[in-house]
Write a protein that binds this ligand. Sequence first.
Ligand SMILES: [Zn+2]
Ligand SMILES: [Zn+2]
Length: 266
Amino acid sequence: MKVWRLVAHHEDALGAIEEMKERGRIAIGWSKIGDLQIPEINNASKITSLISRAYPDLNNANLGGPTLWNLYKQMAEGDLVIVNSNGKRNCVFEVLGPYSFEEGQSQIKGYGHQRAACLTSIDAETLWKESGGKEKLGQNTRWTLFECNAPSVLRNEIFEEGEKYEIRTTANERNPYAREKCIEHHGYSCFVCSFNFEEIYGDIGKDYIHVHHRTDIHTKVKKYRVDPINDLIPLCPNCHAMVHTKRPISMPVEELATIYKLRNRK
Ligand SMILES: [Zn+2]
Ligand SMILES: [Zn+2]
């Protein structure tokens, strides 16, 4: 596990961080060069020359090349990323997926080079100090994304599995894109008790439902990418609260559905 330091969006750092939390992604700019996943891009200097061609007036290609190379090739799932805004250490994300290039609406404030990631409860300042408060040898503090000098003591000991999983679950339940796909398939009624807000409350209840991230204890460590149809399920707030009473691992929704049916037989 590596520790990284990333500078959020240059113009609207806090807004970008909020969007990264919501969408469950980290994002970096220089989007005009497009997807890095082509055979010609096999080192940082290739990216640097692409940036200088695409942004002749920017004069920061030498920072962008190694930054994007780090995001693309050097970073890995499970790494931690300290995100900075306006010179301050703001929060820590955990990397959940591979590099991807996003277009149009999927960009975060125009930033298309991304990785799936979720917010953790790790204190950014503490992690920075534990990482020696500096960049690793060969890295450069001026790069938007650089690797920190993390001591090996840190590895895997940062947070308990339960807490880690709960953070991941919460991030997935808040992901608006995954939510939309889940509802498209399952509809707006509660999976357990069939409660439908629009049916009971009329217009004000339209489109209202919670989306729950199912727990699969066997795949919880390995599986990072959320499958909106099989991993997410619509629940009313009551049933949602009930499945989460056994923290940090939630009860299978089928188990709650059985309890509900047994107790509410007409
Ligand atoms: Zn319900
Ligand atoms: Zn839930």
